[in-house]
Design a protein around this ligand. Structure first.
Ligand code: F6P
Length: 555
């Protein structure tokens, strides 16, 4: 494996540091002096219209950011990723989520596997199954059609499916409702199953490894609930419990042997491969719940959207390559402005889980402090992604973005056409909504001067409190409508932005060792909670004190 280039030892990095020192951000002046600015910094990829003009950039800066990308070999690593090299070196795996959305006619052989052929063979099985559930051919144990699907999974086996389900609800087949159980807090499974009809419910156990404690525990709880409820409803007469599980449980995993051990027939399981990271897997069989809810045709469009962005990332010249530009822009803010966080603000209620989805994608990928050669970094990596849909966020945390001391680059996302074109009297509510989006990005960029505040007759002593400095960077992403394809394009955009940042920082964006320690400790601590005094004594003072509190308060 090629050693990573140390980014802060490149010439481009030094020039960027100098540019940062010399830069006096003044978006008002920059817009006034260059009427071409919007045109220069607005890009199109697929259906996405992306306006970077309200960022703290100029042409020279973009050139230097692209030089940094070149010096750190971002595009070389991109090509190695697309080709199936084992760029995930700590797990010795290829990184091939892009292969999940390539057309059937493509060919790619990696480690002796005909990747595209296998992808499409699985897709066909998923689609056939989805059709059978949708058209009522697949029934529960008592012959009733399925109306409710419960996806049991966590992390990448949950966040993608639930986010896309919420985003594309207008495309969900009437008569089908999906629910998502992820948390090992028993509240989750209890509440999500409470009002379900067991005879009409299908569970999808989604787990790449099929070892995840939360998912397997929830799957067992669901199986107990199913069998108890079927017994109570008298629906199991003349049938075995195994037959009931076979009719109501399917699985998605890379570990089909473990699926069988759990009691699910591998004939009812859909596989994927170790070269698909959990947080990159919504477009694999992990999306089975979506293929059922949205239908194969919409799922195909969803995949085509990803592919469109992949092709753009793989082929567009650097100066027009949006994931490259947006990734490098994030580097600019993280490493030269010390921005610790990044807000994602969808002006689309349907995208209300998108920030949570991006948290796993970006933070599990780039929350690393050693490079892929094991050397510790001496520069900042990773960004804390967060956000809420507008306009809710405006009434909560925008204050800090507008007038706080931290620089928070923000991505605004909106669609020209709403899913529900409602009117409040004469007013088109979507237009009121979008007016807020445009107003916020304008306020962030251009602010409000003391003179402007005074001109409103504000008493002098409160003028400073009402000044907006402006020069708060934002990116505006728009598309005609939130279709399955656009959803795929958006996800792939952020996947590749994450890739670009990881490549510059020299970190392996595709492992996640940082989540392991807590999992191991939970298994060690569990006996201490349940009364094993040796395990209890082995804990540190604080942990013992918390366990004692629990023991003395548990009814
Ligand atoms: O906790 C980390 C993690 O491994 C994620 O990367 C993954 O998406 C999640 O757990 C769930 O894993 P699995 O799909 O194997 O159950």
């Amino acid at each position: 494996m090629k050693k990573p280039v140390v980014p802060n030892q490149t010439d481009a990095w030094l020039r960027l540091a100098q540019l940062k020192n010399e830069m006096v951000p003044d978006l008002r002046a920059w817009f006034a002096s260059d009427r071409q600015r919007v045109e220069k910094f607005t890009y199109q990829a697929g259906d996405l219209h992306i306006d970077l003009s309200k960022n703290l950039i100029n042409e020279d800066l973009i050139k230097n950011l692209l030089d940094l990308a070149e010096e750190t070999d971002v595009l070389g690593r991109r090509d190695r990723m697309f080709a199936g090299d084992h760029i995930n070196n700590t797990e010795n795996r290829a990184v091939l989520h892009t292969a999940l959305r390539r057309p059937e006619t493509d060919k790619l052989a990696v480690d002796g596997q005909e990747v595209i052929k296998d992808v499409h063979a699985t897709l066909k099985r998923v689609y056939q199954f989805a059709q059978r559930v949708r058209n009522g051919e697949w029934t529960g144990i008592s012959g009733k059609t399925i109306t409710h699907i419960v996806n049991i999974g966590i992390g990448g086996s949950d966040l993608g499916p639930v986010m896309v389900y919420e985003a594309l609800k207008p495309y969900v087949k009437e008569g089908i409702e999906c629910r998502f159980v992820s948390n090992i807090d028993p509240t989750d499974v209890a509440q999500k199953t409470a009002d379900l009809d067991p005879e009409r419910t299908l569970f999808i156990v989604a787990s790449k490894t099929f070892t995840t404690l939360e998912t397997l525990t929830n799957a067992r709880l669901a199986r107990t609930w199913l069998l108890d409820s079927l017994h109570n409803a008298g629906a199991l007469e003349g049938k075995t419990e195994n037959e009931a599980v076979a009719a109501h449980f399917v699985a998605v995993s890379t570990a089909l042997d473990k699926v069988r051990e759990f009691g699910i027939d591998p004939a009812n399981a859909f596989g994927f491969w170790d070269w698909v990271g959990g947080r990159y897997s919504v477009d694999s069989a992990i999306g089975t719940v979506l293929a059922i809810a949205l239908g194969p045709e919409n799922f195909t469009d969803f995949l085509a959207g990803f592919n469109l962005m992949d092709t753009h990332f793989a082929t567009a010249p650097a100066e027009e390559n949006i994931p490259l530009l947006m990734g490098m822009l994030n580097i600019w803010y993280v490493n030269f402005f010390q921005a610790a966080s990044h807000a994602v603000l969808p002006y689309a209620q349907q995208l209300h889980r998108f920030p949570a989805y991006l948290q796993q994608l970006t933070m599990e990928s780039n929350g690393k402090s050693v490079r892929w050669d094991g050397e510790a970094v001496d520069y900042q990596t990773g960004e804390i992604f967060w956000g809420e849909p507008g306009t809710n966020g405006q009434h909560a945390f925008y204050q800090l973005i507008h007038q706080g001391t931290q620089l928070v680059p923000a991505d605004f996302i909106a669609f020209a056409n709403p899913a529900y074109p409602l009117k409040d009297g004469e007013k088109d509510v979507h237009e009121l909504f979008l007016a807020n989006f445009f107003a916020q990005t304008k306020a962030l960029a251009f602010g409000k001067t003391a003179e402007e505040v005074r001109a409103e007759g504000t008493p002098e002593e409160i003028v400073p409190a009402r000044v907006f400095t402006g020069n708060k960077p934002s990116t505006s992403i728009m598309a005609p409508a939130l279709t399955p394809s656009v959803m795929g394009q958006l996800i792939a955009l952020y996947e590749h932005i994450t890739f670009v940042e990881g490549a510059v920082w020299g970190v392996n964006s595709y492992d996640q060792w940082g989540v392991e320690l807590g999992k191991q400790l939970a298994l060690q601590i569990y006996p201490a909670i349940t009364g094993d005094e040796t395990a209890y004594d082995a804990q540190d003072d604080s942990t013992r004190s918390l366990i004692s509190y629990y023991r003395s308060h548990r009814d």
